[in-house]
Design a protein around this ligand. Structure first.
Ligand code: MRU
Length: 367
């Protein structure tokens, strides 16, 4: 994707060949600031503080976090300690565990002296794989948008609603839910995106709106509770969101508020699609509502809100009464029955065990 017209990814190895560059997403949309990660602790902090966020990008940063740690100590003990440390940074997105497992599998069989070079190679490969996966999701999702456009007689515009940020900032490039939208826009399909603000951290208002703006995609930011009203009035042709963990039966964990959008979509006959890269599938879980760990974050994300004054100064103010308790749930689970289809890198399938296994037959349990 491009920032101010310049192509870039959301994570890169710096010209020194070892430190890792990221975009500080806590500063967007007010300032575009990049950071250089040099230690395991800086990588872990970047994930925990959400300087980087989004399931695939969290995995990529964790992979490079392993590289940074191995620079000091590449022993078996250090490798395990590093993975445990990174695994504890955020609980819901399964890509974190997936990426750490991939790194372990690549590095464990090697001798400590071989591990550092191999770690950087594996982390780079994971990033390249993420880009290829998202591009393929984009192609498959584009087909869905093209069909809506054809059904509308190629008149007006295709209105899409999305929640949170599942764009290139949440991945290494392209995004998951936004990849089809970028491709559709580039093909000249007149597209308009309703962007849920996505309280409390405003990933929609701050990140998705910024990304879409950088790419010139028409969009409108809406308060989180507007989607149902728009659907009742025929203003949404389809919803597409990303996911942080999807179970083997197709239950989808995503940013808090996704479930309510899926309910509204069902009630109004609006297709509700989930863009799902395969590393986000947790094949070990079935019932997402029961089994997916839901992150609860610092209440200050809810009690305080920050924004930019006309002077350019970014300020944070409190919006709740002093002393009112708050509960800050980061994610919810949309049951498979509310999901019209999953859009994966291998194609589009039903949100069900059979649907997923039809695209990933190698996961079918051997009897
Ligand atoms: O808390 P975040 O910002 O890391 O959560 C990210 C999301 O919930 C995204 O919407 C989701 O799609 C995963 S990233 C493709």
């Amino acid at each position: 994707m491009k920032v101010h017209g310049k192509p870039m990814r959301s994570i890169w190895v710096e010209p020194d060949g070892w430190s890792v560059g990221i975009i500080d997403q806590t500063r967007l949309p007010h300032a575009f600031v990049t950071l250089r990660l040099t230690t395991l602790d800086e990588a872990a902090h970047a994930i925990r503080s959400m300087q980087v966020r989004g399931a695939p990008l969290i995995g990529a940063v964790a992979a490079y976090g392993v590289c940074l740690a191995l620079r000091g100590d590449a022993s078996d003990v250090a490798l395990e300690r590093t993975c445990t440390h990174l695994q504890a940074t955020r609980p819901t997105a399964v890509n974190l565990r997936w990426a750490l497992d991939e790194m372990r599998q690549a590095l464990r069989p090697l001798s400590p002296s071989e591990r550092l070079t191999a770690a950087y190679l594996r982390a780079a490969a994971l990033c390249d794989e993420d880009v290829a996966i998202n591009r393929a999701i984009g192609e498959h999702g584009l087909g869905l948008i093209e069909s809506v456009w054809a059904r509308k007689g190629r008149q007006g515009r295709v209105n899409v609603l999305t929640h949170c940020n599942a764009g290139w900032l949440a991945t290494v490039d392209w995004g998951t839910a936004l990849a089809p939208l970028y491709l559709a826009h580039d093909q000249g399909i007149p597209l308009h995106v309703w962007v849920d603000e996505t309280r409390p951290r405003n990933q929609g208002a701050g990140l998705t709106a910024w990304e879409l703006g950088q790419h010139g995609v028409p969009h409108t930011v809406i308060a989180d509770n507007v989607g149902g009203h728009l659907m009742q009035h025929g203003e949404v042709d389809l919803c597409i969101v990303g996911t942080d963990r999807t179970t083997a039966q197709g239950d989808v964990a995503n940013k808090i508020g996704t479930y309510l959008k899926a309910l509204a979509a069902k009630d109004n006959g609006v297709p509700f699609y989930v863009a799902l890269p395969s590393p986000t599938i947790d094949w070990t879980l079935e019932d997402g509502v029961r089994d997916i760990p839901i992150e609860q974050r610092d209440g200050r994300e809810l009690t305080d809100i920050s924004g930019r004054l006309p002077s350019g100064e970014v300020v944070t103010v409190r919006v709740t009464p002093e002393g009112s308790p708050v509960a800050n749930y980061g994610f919810d689970v949309t049951p498979a029955r509310l999901v019209t289809a999953l859009v994966t890198e291998r194609g589009v399938c039903a949100a069900s065990t059979e649907g997923l296994l039809s695209l990933f037959p190698e996961r079918r349990p051997v009897r």
